[in-house]
Design a binder for this molecule. Structure first.
Ligand code: PLP
Length: 469
C-alpha cells in the first residue's frame, strides 16, 4: 500500500521520514504569476534549459550541485587552507574518502567529468571495450575520446519503464561473459559500473550482483571501476531490499560494495552534498602514480586538483553527513513521497521510484501526441506554465538525430524528469509539485505538442527552441 496524506492517518504505528535537520537560513523564492510565466516561457523557446533561474519557482532541473550545505560545511569553508601545495583540507578529504569508501589513493578533481577524463585516459587503450550498466553522457564521451568502445551490459529489464525489478541497475553477467568470450579479456579496458543508474531512472545494483561480477572479473583479470556519484543512495536500496542487509548501516553497505571494485570516480555535486567538486580513488599504486601525474596537466596540483582548499573541506564534511542513515532515509523518503502521490492519482511514472528523481512517462501521459511533437518537452513546458516548476526533457529531443539518415532518434523512453535537490525543498513543495502535475494531467486532452523552430547541431536539448502548436 502506498502512503498519501489521505491514507497516512489511518495507518497505526506509522513512522515518517522527517528531515534530520532544521532550517537556520532561508533563500527567498521567486513567486511567479501566469502572465510572467507565459512571457518567460516564450522568451525561452519553451525549453526549460533556457529559462532564467529568477523566473523559476521550484527548480527540479537537476540534483547536481544544487544541494544545501550544512552549518558544519559552511564553517568548514572558513577553515580553508589555500596553500598551493599540501593544503590541510586535502588531507581531511583523503581521510574521509579512505574511511567512508575504503579506497587507498585519492586524486581531487574540479568535478566528476575531470575524474572521468583522467581514469579514461589512464586505463583505456585505443580500441578496447568498456562494458557498463547503461551509460552516462559525460562518462561515455570520455571513454570514447580515450578510444574506448562502450558496450551496454545492463539487464534488459532496465529498458522497460514499467518493469518492477528491485535492482534494475544490475549487470547482466551473461552479456559480460559473452563479450569476454568474443573479444578476449585483454581487449576489455575495465568494467564501468554505476551505483544507481541515472539514465534508467535512478535504479540500483544489488550486492549479490557486484559480488558475482567481481568473481567473474577475477577469473579473467579484469578491473572494475565504479561511478560512485549516487552510490550512497544505492546502499539504501540494498539495505531495504536485499536479504542480509536490513541490519547493516548505509556506511557498512557502501564500504562493502566499494570493496568489490578497484577504484571509483565521483561527482561530489551529488551524494557528497556540495555545490562543486569531484574526486578519483584507486587501490593500485602504479595507476595512482600515473593519475597523480596527469592531474597536474588537466586540473591542478595533486593536492587540490582544481578545487579551493575550502571546497575540499566542505566535501570532506559532506561525505560524513551524506552517509548517515537518517539523511538518506529522508532524502529518498522525499522523492518517494512525491512518487506515491502521483501514483495514487493515476499519473504514469517510471516504476519503481529511484533515488533522486521522479520520471514522468510522457508517452502514457499524452497518448494522443506522437513523438514527433515532443511529448516530454511539451510536458516540461506545460508544467512550467502552470506553476513555475522547472523539469527536464529526457526523450526525443535529448536523443538527437541519426547522423547518417538525419532522422530523429525515437528512444523507447520518452520522459520528463523531476529531480529533487538534497536538503533544499520541503514536503509542502512536493505537494505543490504533485498538484501541478495533476492539473497538467487533467488538461492533457486539450494539450497539443510543440514544433522545433531552432535546432543546434550538438546536444540540441540544451539550446533548441520551440513554438506551441
Ligand atoms: C553528474 C554525473 C557525472 C558527471 O559529473 P560532473 O560533476 O557533472 O562533471 C558522472 N556520472 C554521473 C552518474 C553523474 O550523475
Amino acid at each position: 500500500m502506498t502512503t498519501t496524506p489521505q491514507t497516512m492517518g489511518q495507518q497505526f504505528g506509522r513512522r515518517s521520514w522527517a528531515e534530520p535537520w532544521k532550517i537556520k537560513m532561508v533563500e527567498p523564492l521567486t513567486m511567479t504569476d501566469r502572465a510572467g510565466r507565459e512571457r518567460a516561457a516564450q522568451e525561452a523557446g519553451y525549453n526549460t534549459f533556457l529559462l532564467k533561474s529568477d523566473d523559476v519557482y521550484i527548480d527540479l532541473l537537476t540534483d547536481s550541485g544544487t544541494n544545501a550545505m550544512s552549518d558544519r560545511q559552511w564553517a568548514g569553508m572558513m577553515l580553508g587552507d589555500e596553500a598551493y601545495a599540501g593544503s590541510r583540507n586535502f588531507y581531511h578529504l583523503e581521510e574521509a574518502i579512505q574511511t567512508v569508501y575504503g579506497y587507498k589513493h585519492i586524486v581531487p578533481t574540479h568535478q566528476g567529468r575531470g575524474a572521468e577524463h583522467l581514469i579514461s585516459q589512464a586505463a583505456i587503450k585505443k580500441g578496447q571495450y568498456v562494458p557498463g550498466n547503461m551509460y552516462f553522457t559525460t562518462t561515455r564521451l570520455h571513454q570514447e575520446m580515450a578510444g574506448g568502445i562502450f558496450v551496454d551490459v545492463i539487464i534488459d529489464e532496465a529498458h522497460d519503464a514499467q518493469n518492477l525489478h528491485p535492482f534494475k541497475g544490475n549487470v547482466d553477467l551473461d552479456k559480460v561473459a559473452a563479450l569476454i568470450e568474443r573479444e578476449g579479456a585483454a581487449n576489455i579496458a575495465y568494467i564501468s559500473l554505476a551505483g544507481t543508474v541515472n539514465m534508467a531512472g535512478g535504479q540500483p545494483m544489488s550486492m549479490a550482483n557486484v559480488k558475482a561480477l567481481r568473481a567473474l572479473c577475477d577469473q579473467h583479470g579484469i578491473k572494475i571501476y565504479l561511478d560512485a556519484t549516487r552510490m550512497m543512495e544505492n546502499a539504501f536500496f540494498i539495505q531495504e531490499r536485499e536479504a542480509g542487509y536490513a541490519d547493516k548501516t548505509i556506511a557498512q553497505i557502501l564500504k562493502e560494495f566499494c570493496s568489490y571494485t578497484d577504484g571509483a570516480w565521483m561527482s561530489a555535486k551529488k551524494d557528497n552534498l556540495v555545490n562543486i567538486g569531484g574526486w578519483l580513488a584507486v587501490n593500485d599504486q602504479d595507476l595512482f602514480e600515473e593519475l597523480r601525474n596527469m592531474v597536474v596537466i588537466f586540473e591542478g596540483l595533486h593536492t587540490y586538483g582544481g578545487l579551493a582548499g575550502r571546497d575540499m573541506e566542505a566535501i570532506a564534511i559532506g561525505i560524513f553527513e551524506g552517509v548517515q542513515d537518517a539523511h538518506i532515509r529522508s532524502r529518498i523518503g522525499q522523492v518517494r513521497y512525491l512518487g506515491e502521490l502521483l501514483t495514487d492519482w493515476g499519473i504514469p511514472i517510471v516504476q519503481p521510484v529511484g533515488g533522486h528523481a521522479i520520471f514522468l512517462d510522457a508517452r502514457r501521459f499524452y497518448p494522443h501526441l506522437p513523438q514527433s511533437v515532443f511529448p516530454a518537452q511539451t510536458l516540461a513546458a506545460e508544467l512550467y506554465l502552470d506553476s513555475g516548476i522547472r523539469s527536464m526533457e529526457r526523450g526525443v529531443v535529448s536523443a538527437g538525430r541519426d547522423p547518417h539518415t538525419g532522422e530523429h532518434y525515437y528512444p523507447k523512453l520518452e520522459l520528463t524528469r523531476l529531480t529533487i535537490p538534497r536538503r533544499v525543498y520541503t514536503q509542502a513543495h512536493m505537494d505543490v509539485v504533485a498538484e501541478a502535475v495533476k492539473t497538467v494531467f487533467d488538461q492533457r486532452d486539450a494539450t497539443r505538442g510543440l514544433k522545433m523552430v531552432y535546432e543546434p547541431k550538438y546536444l540540441r536539448f540544451f539550446q533548441a527552441r520551440f513554438e506551441r502548436l
